[in-house]
Ligand binder design. Structure first.
Ligand SMILES: Cc1ncc(COP(=O)(O)O)c(C=O)c1O
Length: 332
């Protein structure tokens, strides 16, 4: 049985009525053009998802990453990809922590032993990691540390590599992405940038043989028509141009957030969230002021002196900064 804490995510912290700095979804709902695309696809719902629509989505993803359509597996969100990983039957999996806990849940539930590669200090990867695991999972940029790891250090990790690039589209130019590398399994999410957390949309990139193993045993019509339409739409050139703009805007927001919170920030952020260090009790005190942040004591390697905060536009973020200042005075 998996510890329930590993299944804790920001959505639980963001209780109704609180200002949400806990969840990392960038926008509260999809942009108007995407809503229109999805609304137009509603007429398709009377039919089963077609092979043609599935192929179209895989082609759009393949074009976006310079891969071929048979190197793409469409998913109901990146989270589904983690649940498929035990099919690769590693003898032992290593997970780089602190990091997203769903891959660990998937392996543990399947009875596969899991080692932790624990990072600390500035949470970057060392040149060499010793482990006898035959599969390693890492997030890049990592949730919750917001560290962007160098691709060459990731490539030096032991065993088959799975890189969770759920937040890579928030990094301008995606410099350390391994989405083009045929030897690595790369997970991507479309739910954060496009406000599609409730729909579920993502994909895996990898070699066709491994993807076939992962897909084996999935139900027929594994991905619904609306998700297929969303994946196609979000990988088209107009969406990519918009996403590149968002990434630059996000970087400006991050610089601003960093300036405001210099004394607390652990690492300069690369993702749309910040890991901050604050006294025990900070999270509850913020909550009492109507502000939700993500607890971090459920991440292996962190404790309750850390919280994760979603980076929002400066005006919105000021609400968090002001509340934190008050809380710091109260706790001093
Ligand atoms: C690092 C990381 N990877 C993957 C996911 C899952 O993304 P999706 O919504 O596409 O399933 C999340 C969701 O919070 C995440 O934080």
């Amino acid at each position: 049985m998996t510890s329930p804490d590993l299944r804790h995510h920001g959505d639980v912290d963001a209780a109704p009525g609180l200002a949400d700095f806990a969840v990392n979804v960038r926008v509260p709902h999809p942009p108007a053009w995407l809503r229109e695309r999805l609304a137009a696809a509603l007429d398709e719902l009377g039919r089963y998802p077609s092979h043609l629509a599935e192929l179209r989505a895989r082609e759009a993803v393949a074009r976006r990453h310079g891969r071929s359509p048979d190197e793409v597996l469409l998913l109901n969100g990146a989270a589904e990809g983690f649940a498929l990983l035990p099919k690769l039957a590693p003898r032992r999996a290593a997970i780089v922590h602190p990091g997203f806990t769903e891959p660990e849940v998937a392996f543990r539930d399947a009875g596969i032993p899991v080692d932790h590669v624990l990072l600390d200090g500035d949470f970057t990867l060392p040149e060499r990691v010793r482990s006898d695991a035959d599969l390693t999972v890492i997030g890049n940029p990592t949730n919750p540390t917001s560290v962007l790891h160098e691709a060459r250090r990731i490539k030096a990790l032991p065993g088959r590599l799975v890189v969770d690039e759920a937040f890579m589209d928030a990094v301008p130019g995606e410099p350390e992405s391994l989405a083009h590398d045929p030897d690595v399994l790369v997970l991507r999410s479309l739910t954060k940038t496009w406000g599609l957390a409730g729909l579920r949309a993502g994909y895996l990139l990898g070699d066709p043989e491994t993807l076939a193993r992962l897909a084996h045993g999935r139900p027929h019509w594994p991905v619904g028509s609306l998700t297929l339409e969303a994946i196609t739409a979000c990988c088209e050139p107009e969406a990519l141009a918009q996403s590149a703009e968002f990434a630059k805007q996000q970087q400006r927001y991050a610089e601003h957030a960093l300036e405001q919170l210099q004394d607390f920030v652990v690492v300069a952020p690369n993702g749309p969230f910040l890991l901050i260090r604050a006294p025990r009790g900070t999270r509850q005190a913020l909550r009492d002021k109507g502000i939700a942040v993500r607890r971090c004591d459920t991440f292996p390697g962190l404790d309750d002196t850390y919280v994760r905060v979603a980076i929002r536009p400066p005006k919105e973020f000021a609400v968090f900064v002001d509340a934190l200042r008050v809380v710091m005075e109260e706790l001093a």
